[in-house]
Design a protein around this ligand. Structure first.
Ligand SMILES: *Cc1c(COP(=O)(O)O)cnc(C)c1O
Length: 221
């Protein structure tokens, strides 16, 4: 299967209001160019170094999404161009993004990553931590919180995955009425290759799809 036909088939399955981020991590620049030439503009990467290399050599109208864990000391490299950071998992990180955003005279769009999986390894905030962040937002004028992001457990148990997505949607609905200058929840980023249809059923409007578009990843090279 080619990247073009994979892309077409994912797009044909999802409603118009759902934004598709093509997750290009580990795949070469040529693969991104191919998807771009078929009209795909939103790409996601999980490592800053890899993102920087790709961003430098690809068209400037690509919207880059950072979807992986972000270390505070790397924030400064992506702030000049990043479209959306999905993986904000601490107030400390948010403060750093705000600082660099203001230096660059940019307002940086962010999602709060929420811990929903049953696995110990996944990053993310809980509801109490999100409330602490909401109370600090008046000090963070160079960021905008546009939504929430979550990753379900890596399991074949689709009922468990559905429950986890449901939990996140419930939290989204609870926080959505809160409106501040820099807090307006519109995006719910959930769903990857294995579970994006399920995620959309449960209310996702932003999916992050890698292997269903680009094929499987080879981490050994
Ligand atoms: C790699 C990754 C994806 C895409 O995974 P696929 O299973 O290849 O679709 C989505 N979200 C995050 C945070 C990722 O790291």
């Amino acid at each position: 299967m080619s990247i073009q036909s994979n892309l077409k088939s994912v797009l044909s399955e999802i409603p118009n209001h759902v934004l598709l981020v093509a997750v290009s991590k580990t795949h070469p620049i040529s693969a991104i160019q191919e998807a771009y030439s078929f009209g795909q503009k939103h790409f996601g990467e999980n490592k800053v170094q890899e993102l920087l290399e790709k961003q430098a050599s690809l068209p400037k109208d690509i919207h880059w999404h950072l979807i992986g864990h972000l270390q505070t000391n790397k924030v400064k490299y992506i702030v000049p161009f990043i479209y959306l950071i999905h993986s904000v998992d601490s107030l400390k990180l948010l403060k750093e993004i705000n600082k660099e955003g203001s230096k660059n005279k940019r307002i940086i769009n962010c999602l709060l990553q929420v811990y929903i999986a049953k696995e110990e390894t996944k990053f993310g905030l809980d509801e109490d931590e999100i409330n602490v962040i909401i109370n600090e937002l008046h000090n963070l004028p160079s960021i905008k919180i546009c939504g929430l992001m979550g990753m379900a457990s890596n399991t074949n148990n689709s009922e468990q995955v559905r429950e986890e997505f449901r939990k996140l949607k419930k939290l989204f609905d609870k926080l959505q009425p809160i409106k501040k200058e820099n807090f307006q929840l519109e995006l719910l980023s959930m769903g990857m290759s294995s579970d994006y249809l399920l995620a959309i059923e449960e209310g996702s409007n932003l999916i992050r799809v890698g292997s269903s578009i680009f094929g499987s990843r080879d981490y050994s090279i």
